[in-house]
Design a binder for this molecule. Structure first.
Ligand code: HEM
Length: 370
């Protein structure tokens, strides 16, 4: 399938964001209105400008480290079980608040945080399988695509737990770039924010996580003027009256795009072009591509790099399903041990990816950091 132009977003995406934005958001706008707002916002989200935000972002990530410390058991012991999704979304709130302190990570969140959370809980997307066309597949397969989207969330923590050798490589990179004492990392980054650009392996871990578990999808509205052809077939497929789902999950797991697609290999993003691991051109879609690609990509990468810098040498973090089940039993709640592809943690919830039960974790302070 070849796509040469950027189709409008599907009205389904607008329906989902409506309770928050009433249609006035960059994600759902079209045509001239979108172009005008995108060009106004672009400079604010440029790499150069995001760099100037780093000291403020750092404060929020340090607060995140304190939250983890408080959740640890102290003296190298594992702490209580907690849903990682909750504390990570608090961090995301605070980081995007920028100039305004939202205090979502404190016991006293701002009234804005409370109201916004309440509003978010009302958001729901209703996908119409019968209207959905899946990339490079005949329509009949589209009906199965919803289930595919819902499968297999892998957070960075989960991937690192499954691939402990990556933790060692991350720690080695952080020692080499930021110095061996994790307590001095914040100072070094404040002095020279561009030092984060040298964290190549860390960036690879972030990109590989978004490859194995893309956080979001794009759905575009078919047009009378837009048909597509499946490679090797003559007959064009019309799209008018359908929505097109450019499944990054499928693209990211296609072995002709990514060698050994089911293996977690951060190095694939730093090997030379002629290496078999090097991804095929334009196939990594963690933030999508083209004019509607994520405007917040630079910000998101900076935040994730800082989170790794401030956790990976200081804490051990693990999924803690046994503890989670015990807590639920004690509370008289149903213990749901359902698995998807052999994993307790799978995507659930409405619209965007939510890990099952909020990803129950426990944390301890690494002995080298006490
Ligand atoms: C890891 C974090 C993030 C991921 C994986 C991500 C991913 C994406 C993807 C895949 C799209 C394209 C959606 C589509 O085509 O329908 C998108 C669009 C967008 N993202 Fe992100 N995003 C992230 C963080 C952020 C942040 C931090 C912001 C802003 C603070 C942001 C703001 C936006 C906006 C405004 C759009 C719409 C852009 C447009 O249509 O012009 N994102 N994001």
């Amino acid at each position: 399938m070849e796509i040469g132009n950027s189709l409008p977003k599907s009205p389904m995406q607008g329906d989902f964001l409506n309770p928050i934005s009433n249609g006035k958001d960059l994600n759902c706008m079209h045509g001239e209105e979108w172009r005008m707002w995108r060009s106004r916002f672009n400079p604010g989200f440029s790499q150069g400008n995001i760099r100037t935000w780093i000291p403020a972002i750092l404060e929020e990530v340090e607060a995140f480290g304190n939250v983890l410390r408080n959740l640890s058991g102290g003296a190298g012991e594992w702490g209580q079980v907690f849903p990682l999704e909750q504390i990570s979304s608090n961090l995301a709130f605070d980081v995007t608040g920028s100039d305004t302190r939202l205090n979502s990570q404190s016991p006293y969140p701002s009234p804005f945080t409370i109201a916004y959370r309440e509003q978010l809980s009302r958001m729901e997307i209703t996908l119409s399988p019968l209207k959905l066309l899946w990339r490079a597949t005949p329509m009949v397969q589209a009906i199965c695509s919803i289930g595919t989207v819902s499968q297999g969330p892998r957070t960075i923590v989960r991937q690192l737990q499954l691939n402990p050798e990556c933790i060692v490589k991350l720690q080695a990179e952080h020692d080499a770039v930021l110095g061996p004492d994790p307590r001095l990392a914040a100072e070094r980054i404040r002095e020279a924010p561009h030092i984060l650009d040298s964290l190549k392996y860390t960036l690879g871990v972030i990109k590989e996580t978004l490859r194995t578990s893309p956080a979001t999808i794009t759905i575009r509205e078919g047009q009378p003027s837009f048909n597509f052809k499946i490679k090797g077939e003559e007959e064009p497929w019309p799209t008018d009256g359908f929505d097109l789902f450019d499944s990054s999950i499928t693209i990211h797991h296609d072995p002709s795009n990514f060698a050994d697609p089911h293996k977690f290999i951060p190095e694939r993003f730093s090997v030379p072009e002629d290496d078999r691991l090097h991804p095929a051109k334009d196939t990594w879609r963690g933030f999508q591509l083209g004019p509607r690609k994520c405007i917040g990509q630079e910000l998101a990468v900076v935040v994730l790099k800082l989170v790794l810098v401030f956790t990976i040498r200081t804490f051990d973090i693990e999924m803690a399903w046994d503890k989670w089940d015990r807590v639920r039993e004690l509370q008289g709640l149903k213990v749901d041990c359902q698995m998807v592809e052999g994993e307790r943690m799978y995507t659930t919830g409405k619209a965007t990816s939510h890990p099952k039960d909020g990803a129950p974790m426990h944390v301890r302070i690494r002995s080298s950091s006490m």
